[in-house]
Design a protein around this ligand. Structure first.
Ligand SMILES: C[S@@+](CC[C@H](N)C(=O)[O-])C[C@H]1O[C@@H](n2cnc3c(N)ncnc32)[C@H](O)[C@@H]1O
Length: 414
């Protein structure tokens, strides 16, 4: 049944599901309507904001029946900021949403019904991020409004750790009291050892800001080190790692430990000779796994991460690991005799050249770590003929957002 709708029209709908971005989905006749911040079972008065041939986007004008899982967001900027998308949903329900999303996507792409989906691993939904980039514009400093480059000034970010907020507030106060200062970007990172780094882009006259930032371990201005040591130090299960401004590092410390523990457990007592750790970042996973296997080779294209990986190797005197700087797709054909492969690609997942080479290397075990279940599901579909997808572990690395991390164990079929 087709129903005529047009932009700005107001209608009453009942939401039956959330899409993968956490928006509510309702139907008007045959047409799907994606309702921003709508929750399942809510009846709402909505206004159509965009109308396409087969679907429409809408915003809520009024909620007539509330979901029992709707909560007040613990952030005064939530309605405008683009950082979080599902803070209006009770945390335990956010977790159900993510579990279902992972299972649905994997089943839809792979058509497999015998995969073991483990309960999502989760901890603290606020103050968890150890890295935040704030943006500046004409004397303002804050975060971008959703889907725009408009800066919203905030007092603090609810998902950033306390120290990040403290440093941000100091820099913001400095900006407000020094009118000749311009800040384009301000990246702040912290570690569990209490160290902190800022990397700032802009024009900051004089040295006053540096004295105001007394306790910050490392300060970069316009890519130049102006205070402290070049990197900050993080510790993972007793092993120390250096983090440079451009290094990739997991943003949620406690969930990172859960993730890494799973990967260690997959490799323990398996009599594994050689492991490839592809997209290895600062080498964290390979270093941790190296105690349980004969040899590890890490591959990563970002130079600072490789520097950090080698520093860690030397500091800990680990001699059964080597790191190669290069793109996975350009170096993968130089390997042979590999027992296990770990892949942790960016959101885009694996390219077809890399997948084909992994299949040619035919390791007996693959650990696939993913931050996007859509590309994960697509890639598992290519691997499923040769590998059993034995375990899927979702991890809530990014609470209050629709993002979810997954760790999957694949074992080669006989
Ligand atoms: C999701 S991170 C994983 C890092 C690491 N496994 C960890 O837990 O910290 C992905 C990494 O892949 C690197 N990367 C992205 N594309 C790459 C490519 N084509 N070849 C090699 N490394 C790549 C990025 O620089 C980033 O460090």
């Amino acid at each position: 049944m087709s129903v005529e709708t047009k932009e700005n029209q107001e209608l009453i709908v009942t939401i039956f599901k959330q899409d993968h971005f956490g928006q509510g989905i309702a139907k008007i006749g045959d047409m799907f309507v994606f309702v921003e911040r709508g929750l399942p079972d809510e009846t709402c008065k909505i206004q159509i904001v965009k109308k396409k041939k087969k679907y429409a986007n809408a915003k809520i004008v009024d909620i007539l029946t509330f979901s029992p899982y709707r909560v007040e967001a613990k952030c005064p900027y939530y309605d405008r900021c683009g950082g979080c998308q599902i803070m209006h949903e009770a945390y335990f329900q956010q977790l159900r949403f993510k579990e279902q999303k992972v299972q649905e996507l994997l089943e839809k792409f792979t058509k497999l019904e015998d995969v073991s989906f483990f309960p999502i691993l989760a901890q603290e939904p606020f103050s968890y991020r150890n890295k935040v980039t704030f943006h500046g514009d004409h004397g303002k400093l804050g975060i971008y409004q959703e889907k725009t480059n408009q800066v919203i000034e905030v007092d603090a970010c609810a998902i950033a750790d306390f120290k990040i907020n403290q440093i941000y507030q100091k820099v913001r106060f400095f900006l407000q009291t020094h009118p000749k200062t311009t800040i384009h970007n301000l990246m702040i990172r912290t570690t569990s050892l209490g160290e902190s780094m800022i990397a700032l882009e802009g024009t900051i006259p004089g040295k006053d800001l540096l004295s105001d930032l007394g306790e910050v371990t490392t300060v970069y201005m316009n890519q130049q080190l102006v205070k402290g040591k070049k990197s900050i130090t993080e510790v993972i299960f007793g092993m120390k790692f250096e983090i440079y401004p451009t290094s990739f590092f997991q943003v949620n410390y406690s969930m990172m430990l859960e993730l890494y523990q799973l990967v260690i457990d997959f490799h323990k007592d398996k009599d594994i000779q050689t492991v490839l750790d592809l997209y290895c970042g600062t080498g964290t996973i390979g270093m941790l796994v190296s105690s349980y296997v004969e040899k590890v080779i890490g591959v990563e294209y970002e130079k600072a991460s490789i520097v950090s990986a080698n520093q860690c190797k030397q500091r800990n005197q680990v001699d059964n690991i080597e790191f190669i700087q290069g793109k996975v797709e350009t170096v993968i054909d130089q390997f042979s005799n590999v027992d296990a492969i770990i892949v942790d690609p960016p959101r885009s997942g694996l390219d077809s050249y890399t997948i084909n080479h992994i299949l040619m290397l035919a390791p007996r075990m693959i650990t696939y770590i993913s931050c996007d279940p859509v590309t994960l599901a697509r890639d598992l579909n290519f691997l499923k003929e040769t590998y059993h997808i034995v375990e899927v572990h979702p991890i809530d690395m990014f609470p209050n957002t629709y993002h979810v991390e997954c760790v999957c164990l694949l074992i080669k079929k006989d």
